[in-house]
Write a protein that binds this ligand. Structure first.
Ligand code: HSE
Length: 420
């Protein structure tokens, strides 16, 4: 029986899921690949730590240089971060190993360089687990939808923020309280900054930009806004108007530019992506031929992410193609004009005629309004909520700045994109 010799860098949650997934379904997998996987080396910091995985003790090493890359078929990188992971993967590719990685930050920042190195060395690099955990997003975009031009992507690509927003919506808990609870339950990282500020989703969107649109972007060029400022009040007004608030990764391509952004957005409750709750992820895809498709599942966790890693390894043993295509970095401009409808909540002085004056100011400055809500609070101040028709974000900001000069407008509390 053919043995595929595997080296694994890192043996944390995902690594253990990968090995346990193989042992769980070994018979079927061996049949599919006409061979078996042989876990030859595992690079870890602590070689004697107890792990929930059935591996021979002698495979562990804490020195990358102890691994003989020339003897391996596939290197699986699960250590995360950029610097060492990049160096190890590059060496593995140059030594003729195929590579599988779950590293979103690395693939977002250095993916193209690594894919090119893989090509030059006639090996493959796969990264399904880097976006959406166990959901087959990368292979769907590259293989199953290769007949289509992808026109638009809408993704819930971060489980931590989706969990927080779901709890805020369903249980009326504050952002702070849910985050604390999620950390205690181990759903959220001790340092959740990259999740909460939208960077994690922006890395994932940068990877998808290549696979959906054939465009290489620097993840830093993707405009992002996190969920820290989303209040229960916004969630409740949203519900009253028929929307849910989600942290949305958006990608849209036209001939001249691509719009890529991550931000909280109001989504109509009847849209399929509005029903994606708790730690689940989803990607809503619009292809020019196939129409609308939604992929849904667990975006993190040991077994779901391990399943994506193992599928990549299986694909490699079956010699599937790589995913580089012909990407362009220069012809297309990343544009963040943010043309959209917007939800605006402001605090105003509660006097007769104020709502009318503000509505007139919007109109005079070319902003067309779709809905208005005013809930009486019985004090001197009142909240006013507007939903605009489509407008560029910069124009809306300028109009709001001028409206705020009137002394009956106390503060603009929230501006949230509305996405259909
Ligand atoms: N931290 C990510 C999330 C999971 O909360 O979705 C790994 O990408």
């Amino acid at each position: 029986m053919r043995k595929y010799r595997i080296g694994i860098l890192g043996m944390g949650t995902v690594g253990q899921g990968f090995i346990n997934n193989y042992h769980l379904n070994k018979e079927e997998i061996d049949y599919k690949i006409g061979g078996e996987l042989d876990f030859v080396n595992v690079l870890v910091r602590n070689t004697v730590k107890k792990r929930d995985v059935n591996l021979d003790k002698k495979v562990y090493t804490n020195q990358f240089d102890n691994i003989n890359l020339k003897e391996l078929d596939v290197v699986v990188e699960l250590i995360g971060g950029v610097s060492s992971a990049f160096e190890y993967i590059k060496k593995a590719l140059e030594n003729g190993c195929h590579v599988v990685t779950a590293n979103k930050e690395l693939m977002a920042k250095k993916g193209i360089e690594l894919i090119k190195t893989a090509r030059e060395n006639e090996v493959l690099i796969r990264y399904e687990a880097s976006v959406g955990g166990g959901i087959p997003i990368i292979s769907t975009l590259n293989d199953s939808l290769s007949s289509n031009k992808i026109e638009r992507l809408m993704g819930i690509l971060n489980g931590t923020t989706n969990y927080i927003l779901t709890k805020m919506t369903k249980e009326k808990m504050s952002f702070k309280d849910v985050l604390k609870e999620a950390q205690e339950l181990g759903f959220a990282e001790a340092d959740p900054t990259s999740d909460v500020n939208g960077s994690d989703a922006a890395y994932k969107l940068a990877i998808l930009s290549k696979d959906a649109f054939g465009i290489i972007v620097n993840p830093e060029d993707i405009s992002r806004e996190g969920i820290r400022n989303i209040s229960l009040e916004d969630i409740e007004y949203g519900q009253e108007l028929g929307y849910k608030i989600k942290l949305l990764a958006l990608g849209e391509k036209s001939n001249e530019h691509v719009e890529l952004s991550v931000q909280p957005a109001l989504i109509p409750v009847e849209h399929p992506i509005a029903s994606v709750n708790y730690e689940f992820n989803a990607l809503f895809i619009e292809g020019n031929v196939v129409g609308e498709i939604m992929l849904y599942g667990k975006g993190a966790g040991s077994m779901p992410t391990g399943s994506a890693v193992l599928t990549d390894v299986i694909d490699i043993t079956r010699k599937k193609n790589d995913y580089i295509g012909t990407c362009s970095a220069k012809d297309i401009v990343v544009n963040n004009i943010g043309r959209s409808a917007y939800y605006v909540r402001m605090e105003v002085v509660d006097l007769p005629g104020v709502l009318g004056k503000i509505a007139v100011s919007f109109g005079e400055q070319g902003v067309s309004l779709d809905s208005v809500v005013q809930r009486a609070r019985g004090g001197k101040h009142a909240p006013l909520v507007f939903i605009t028709h489509e407008i560029d974000r910069a124009t809306l900001n300028a109009v709001l700045e001028s409206i705020q000069k009137n002394n009956y407008v106390l503060e603009v509390m929230s501006i949230i994109r509305v996405v259909n």
